[in-house]
Design a protein around this ligand. Structure first.
Ligand code: PBG
Length: 327
């Protein structure tokens, strides 16, 4: 081979490496989940998510200020009510915990982008994501309740609603009710591809939302399946989903890539609680370089095709991006 035909390595200097990077990250693409606890003057740690706290609405400003300092402006809200019932009525109560949280955020950071998780599992006494009939989740009776929850979030001031329940037809049900009630501009960010994953463990501890009996495999996806993810995404697009979520992220990068390839709308990857917990725990033990693994996992997710990254590391990543350590 003629020596001048040899491909040159573009890795010689930091500046050159930066110039030719294929994946670039933006602080604006990060979304920080927030756990909102009913009550007053509560800020309590989540044992399985070191560094993540649950806040009552009045103390949310502390979380918002920390995020603001890091440059994070997008939030995904989860509610933890004091009381639960069979219908999950706390999910759509006007003065429900998430609704209070939305208003608190609106007051403190009017510029923040507020996405709300729409689901029933935190609000139902049985811990399932929908209505139970004879011990199984009944898809169709759940739909109007989810739509009602989404509407109450929109009324409280949410910018985006994100149904995570995995019932069939819920994107359409939510869209119709929002439109009827005049919220035509509020987008639906659908958890289109959500696997029945063991990686949600710490979240269920944080939100007190583990099902009392049974599991979620009847409505969440089987992680043996890849083509089914594309089918789920297409169904949600037919119902006019405005953004799609794939979750978990790290164990589903093939899926993120598949969905990014077919999706006409933005794709979010959700790096879930178990991913954060693993990285934190191994880091705290000195077994891995926590900062390096956090950065690499984030970049890998964007490299797979994600447009938006939902992560408990949002503040730390934003700082890494601004320092120039990644992207
Ligand atoms: C609610 C919901 C869950 C998560 C997001 N929305 C829990 C579940 O489905 O059991 C998990 C998020 C995480 O693990 O960080 N259905």
């Amino acid at each position: 081979m003629n020596l001048s035909d040899r491909p040159r390595r573009l890795r010689r200097s930091p500046a050159m490496r930066r110039l030719v990077r294929e994946t670039r990250l933006s602080v604006e693409a990060l979304v920080l989940p927030l756990f909102i606890r009913e009550g007053v003057n509560v800020r309590e740690p989540v044992p399985s998510l070191p560094g993540i706290d649950r806040y009552s609405p009045d103390r949310l400003p502390e979380a918002l200020d920390a995020a603001g300092e890091a440059g994070v402006n997008n939030f995904l809200l989860f509610g933890i009510p004091n009381g639960k019932d069979a219908e999950g009525s706390g999910a759509w109560a006007d003065d429900g915990v998430v609704q209070q949280g939305i208003r608190a955020i609106r007051r403190h950071r009017p510029d923040a982008l507020v996405v709300t998780d729409v689901c029933l599992c935190e609000y139902t006494s049985h811990g399932h994501c929908g209505m139970l009939r004879d011990e199984t989740v009944d898809n169709d009776t759940t739909l109007p309740i989810l739509a009602r929850a989404a509407l109450s979030h929109a009324r409280a001031g949410a910018d985006v609603v994100a149904p995570s329940d995995m019932m069939d037809g819920r994107v359409g049900a939510i869209r119709s009710l929002l439109d009827e009630e005049g919220f035509t501009e509020i987008p639906v960010m659908s958890y289109a591809v959500k696997y029945a994953s063991a990686f949600y463990g710490p979240f269920r501890e944080a939100a007190g939302s583990a099902p009392g009996k049974g599991d979620r495999r009847g409505y969440q996806m089987d992680w043996h399946n890849r083509r089914e993810a594309v089918r789920e995404a297409r169904l949600d697009l037919q119902e006019h989903a405005d953004m799609l979520i794939v979750k978990p992220a790290l164990s589903c990068l093939d899926i993120v890539s598949d969905i990014a390839a077919i999706s006409p709308v933005p794709v979010a990857a959700y790096s879930v609680s178990g991913e954060y917990a693993m990285i934190r725990a191994a880091g705290q033990n000195g077994w891995i370089d926590e900062y390096g693994v956090m950065c690499e996992s984030a970049v890998a997710t964007f490299r797979a095709g994600a447009d938006i990254y939902i992560t408990y590391f949002a503040n730390e990543l934003a700082t890494a991006i601004r320092k120039g350590d990644i992207g």
